[in-house]
Design a protein around this ligand. Structure first.
Ligand SMILES: *[C@@H]1O[C@H](CO)[C@@H](O)[C@H](O)[C@H]1NC(C)=O
Ligand SMILES: *[C@@H]1O[C@H](CO)[C@@H](O)[C@H](O)[C@H]1NC(C)=O
Ligand SMILES: *[C@@H]1O[C@H](CO)[C@@H](O)[C@H](O)[C@H]1NC(C)=O
Length: 179
């Protein structure tokens, strides 16, 4: 259970909370992402929605049925999703929505190249619009400022999580809590 005990600090600029708009909830009864909710005050699906809404007011995090296709970075202004921080929050959201087995769930990871595919509007390389190489482990200054202005809390650990091959590992959640 220790892996769920989170000691994380958040950016000091971002303590102000704005009421969460409606975003999908975690799987009914799921508490796997409780550490995130305790630390941030909302689900990762809500954080992801608020981050993307900076660029696209219309964005709402979809409700993803387990093991069905998810989403891509496809907003006309893609800065908000074209970064490893949005990608990680989205993966946490998937782990929250698909948590049918609770804390015993091995989690939902993504293979090498998945982050690259996400940066294509269709989810398929060389098909649709590529948001670009994006930003890894950092946000462009103007976006970071907008995040703070809106009181969106992004945990420090989100800036640390990164796999250069574009994968994402749920089993490394333990490393979130120590980062
Ligand atoms: C969630 O689970 C509880 C208890 O298992 C049940 O009573 C409730 O109806 C469920 N809610 C939804 C939205 O499925
Ligand atoms: C948001 O929705 C409005 C109304 O449907 C539309 O005019 C606008 O283009 C949409 N914006 C984006 C970024 O999709
Ligand atoms: C960020 O990492 C991805 C995935 O490994 C890579 O494709 C991309 O070029 C990197 N972006 C930058 C700006 O280095």
């Amino acid at each position: 259970m220790a892996r769920w005990i989170l000691s994380l600090s958040v950016l000091s600029c971002c303590w102000m909370m704005v009421s969460a708009s409606s975003a999908p909830t975690c799987y009914n009864g799921s508490d796997t992402l409780q550490w995130y909710m305790d630390a941030i005050g909302e689900t990762p699906c809500a954080t992801y929605q608020r981050l993307r809404q900076i660029c696209n007011d219309n964005y709402t995090t979809p409700t993803w049925a387990i093991d069905t296709p998810t989403d891509q970075c496809d907003d006309p202004l893609s800065t908000c999703c074209c970064n490893s921080i949005a990608w990680s929050i989205r993966m946490l959201c998937i782990n929250c929505e698909w948590d049918e087995f609770g804390v015993g769930d091995p989690g939902h990871s993504a293979g090498a190249g998945a982050y690259y595919n996400y940066r294509w509007s269709t989810g398929v390389p060389n098909n649709g619009i590529y948001c670009g190489d994006g930003h890894n482990q950092t946000l462009p200054e103007t976006l970071q400022q907008a995040v703070c202005d809106r009181g969106i809390r992004l945990g420090d650990f989100l800036y640390n999580i990164f796999w250069p091959d574009g994968s994402w590992y749920a089993h490394s959640r333990a490393s979130f809590v120590s980062s």
